[in-house]
Design a protein around this ligand. Structure first.
Ligand code: IVH
Length: 683
């Protein structure tokens, strides 16, 4: 290639690579397969290696990270990076709107609304379309020069898209990590024994402040733009003009900057309230963390008129969500015994307001988790309560761990040990080697399991017995009034009347609710039994498939596995449950007490002629593809397995069968050719 051709090829490669970067990071819509992208990238690397004089700072190959720094340089922000005033309620947002209206002397204001990204603020400087410098916020006036690191962030354009560039552009925005990328990154860190991060924000901060840009390049950082700090001297005339924040953002989008998809312009305080509610509801569906929303007066001239107070603009405010993480102290670590005996360690906490409620308990999931996080009594911990998810301990603040003496030495409290016996019934606690969860082996002999089983039985989506709550179940079990769910249907006023807080009225209300619960559905009944691994959906599948309780009770483990969505684990759980005579006894007692359900639709099992039959396919069939054969077998309820075993019912063999054929012969399993298979399918 001639020199000019090589230059042209390199320019084309760079443009092409950045175009795909934009498609990927701005629209989440990759335009080419990864392998093709890698090929372009490697070609560019090779060309640049052969022609070092043609390497430019804005080449995508520079994103891999250069030499490590001894320390970051300092950057002074000519336009300071301000903070935002916060509003924590609708009233405070209303006060902001009122102030703006008074100062501007107008009736109603249009606001540009955006998510408040929970990452790190940065400033990016472009000269004649080329990225030349990037800095952290620092104290707002002076930040750190993290240009080398920001070059590795693929969603930051190294060269602006298009060709109409201002001489100087300073863009402000946020660097963050998507939640899914964060999880994957932490999993990788854990696997390789490296430090894990507490949350995506900390991971982003830690990654951005790496002195070695090669490390930063390995981190899944992203960028979103939300403001323009400086915009000077357009090379084109007439220069574009902007009258609204929203227009400015759209223009940034055109230059290749990722923007939040959730931007919206609303009017007045009702609009502000609506946007907040909407984002509060969508928050957990976004790919990244946000800690609130930002309201900005949309009209740029009005922004100017409103100006600033000390370190924040008067034209914008952040409306914060209730914090989802807070610090508190672990007062004790106890274990809870669940319905199926699962032993869950729980941290008892000094009360703390987080995620909009006061939290006093947080789950520690299981023994391995407590060990991994090394949570101990007396520790200061980060507690997280996100949405409706149960509160959990995220991490220990190790610097605050109480020590035996002032200057370190040993921790005051020992590490957590799971009890060897159930704290409620004293039965042995066991943990199968391949499971994370330890269980009390007491079964329904354990009052804790009994209580949980009763609560589950009575719960809304099971038998729906209104009023049968924790307090009542506790008394019923502790006073040995009932032992199993069947006992509920033998209760009378006298048994209830002398319990705490049980006026005759509420006793008869409970009895009426118990009576009402007798009319139920088979699915609810199955679910209410509380069989391990049988949730609501599985209970519905079982009811639909088997049609009647009698058929379900008689089903073998293999037959159970024929039901849709029922695999070996669920089938084993059910079989195990039904193998216990006392479980069957309870079921019989419940039916005898009058629990009943309408005879449902005819069982789908009957419409499934190949139910229980396992096929293995081998060799090439004359007309059917593997997938077609599999689909047709499965449509009739059969299963297709990958290898031949004693459980195989038929081997379907085509041309050039392999070792499966010999194995089937050896085991005496019937072998079908395609014609015989079709006959079987059609019969
Ligand atoms: S605008 C002049 N918009 O919030 C206004 N800031 O307290 C400058 N932030 O650290 C800020 N999302 O990094 C703006 N959509 C958004 C934002 C946002 C997050 C951060 C910003 C700064 C803090 C301000």
């Amino acid at each position: 290639m001639a020199a000019s051709e090589i230059g042209g090829r390199i320019a084309w490669l760079r443009e092409e690579i950045e175009r795909h970067n934009r498609a990927y990071y701005m629209r989440d819509a990759p335009t080419i397969p990864d392998a093709e992208y890698d090929r372009l990238f490697r070609e560019l690397q090779a060309q640049e290696a052969a022609h070092p004089e043609l390497v430019t700072a804005d080449s995508p190959t520079r994103r891999v990270g250069g030499a490590p720094l001894a320390e970051f340089g300092e950057v002074s922000h000519e336009i300071p990076m301000l903070s935002l005033a916060n509003a924590f309620s609708l009233e405070e947002a209303g006060a902001f709107d009122r102030r703006c209206r008074e100062l501007l002397g107008c009736e109603a204001i249009d606001y540009a609304c955006e998510p408040k990204f929970d990452g790190l603020a940065i400033s990016l400087r472009y000269e004649n379309g080329i990225f030349v410098r990037g800095a952290t916020r620092g104290d707002g006036f002076r930040g750190e020069d993290v240009t080398q690191n920001l070059r590795t962030v693929r969603s930051i354009p190294l060269r602006l898209a298009g060709s109409e560039w201002p001489r100087l552009l300073e863009v402000r925005g946020e660097v963050l990590i998507f939640r899914a990328d964060f999880e994957a990154f932490n999993t990788h860190q854990r696997a390789s024994g490296e430090k894990e991060f507490v949350n995506p924000r900390n991971a982003a901060a830690g990654s951005l402040r790496q002195l070695d840009p090669k490390v930063t390049a390995q981190r899944p950082l992203r960028f979103f733009a939300y403001a323009v700090a400086r915009l000077e001297e357009f090379g084109v005339s007439p220069a574009p003009t902007f009258s609204r924040h929203g227009e400015l953002m759209d223009w940034l989008g055109g230059l290749g900057f990722p923007l939040a998809a959730e931007r919206e312009v609303v009017r007045g305080v009702a609009g502000l309230a609506g946007y907040y509610e909407k984002m509060a509801a969508r928050r957990h569906a976004l790919p990244y963390d946000i800690d609130g929303v930002v309201y900005k007066v949309d009209c740029l001239a009005d922004q100017e008129r409103l100006g600033h107070v000390s370190r924040a603009p008067r034209f914008a405010i952040a409306r914060k969500f209730p914090a989802e993480e807070a610090l508190t102290v672990v007062e004790a670590i106890e274990v809870q015994v669940g319905r199926t005996g699962a032993i869950t360690p729980v941290a008892r906490l000094a009360p703390v307001f987080v995620g909009g409620v006061t939290v006093t308990n947080a789950t520690l999931h299981n023994e391995a988790e407590v060990r991994r996080k090394d949570v101990r009594v007396g520790d200061t911990v980060i507690v997280r309560r996100a949405g409706d998810v149960i509160p959990e301990v995220v991490a220990v603040v190790m610097e605050r761990r109480p020590m035996k003496d002032l200057f370190g030495g040993e921790p005051l409290h020992p590490g957590f040990e799971l009890p060897k016996t159930c704290p409620v019934c004293g039965s042995a606690v066991e943990r199968p080697a391949d499971e994370a969860i330890a269980r009390c082996t007491g079964g329904l002999f354990c009052p804790a399991q009994r209580k949980q089983a009763l609560l589950h039985f009575a719960s809304r989506r099971a038998m729906d017995i209104e009023g049968l709550g924790e307090k009542l179940v506790e008394q019923l079990v502790d006073n040995a009034i009932i032992k199993t769910p069947a006992g509920l249907y033998r209760l009378g006023i006298p048994a209830l009347a002398h319990l705490d807080r049980m006026a005759e009225k509420s006793a008869s209300n409970i009895l009426a609710a118990i009576e009402r619960s007798k009319a139920t559905t088979l699915a609810r009944f199955i679910y209410a039994l509380g069989i391990r691994n049988v949730g609501e959906a599985t209970a519905k599948d079982l009811a639909r498939y088997f049609g009647t309780l009698e058929v379900l009770l008689r089903a073998s483990e293999t037959e159970l596995q024929q039901a849709p969505e029922v695999g070996p684990v669920v089938a084993a759980s059910i079989a195990h449950f039904l193998a216990e005579p006392h479980n069957v006894e309870v079921i019989e007692q419940l039916c005898a007490a009058g629990v009943r359900w309408p005879a449902g639709e005819p069982a789908t099992r009957l419409a499934i002629p190949l139910a229980g039959k396992t096929f293995v396919l081998t060799g090439t069939l004359p007309t059917l593809t593997r997938d077609e054969a599999k689909d047709r077998i499965e449509a009739l309820g059969g299963k297709v397995a990958g290898s031949v075993s004693k459980k195989t019912d038929y081997l379907v063999a085509g041309a050039d069968p392999g070792s499966k054929f010999d194995k089937a012969r050896e085991l005496g399993i019937p072998v079908l050719d395609e014609i015989q298979l079709k006959e079987l399918l059609e019969s």
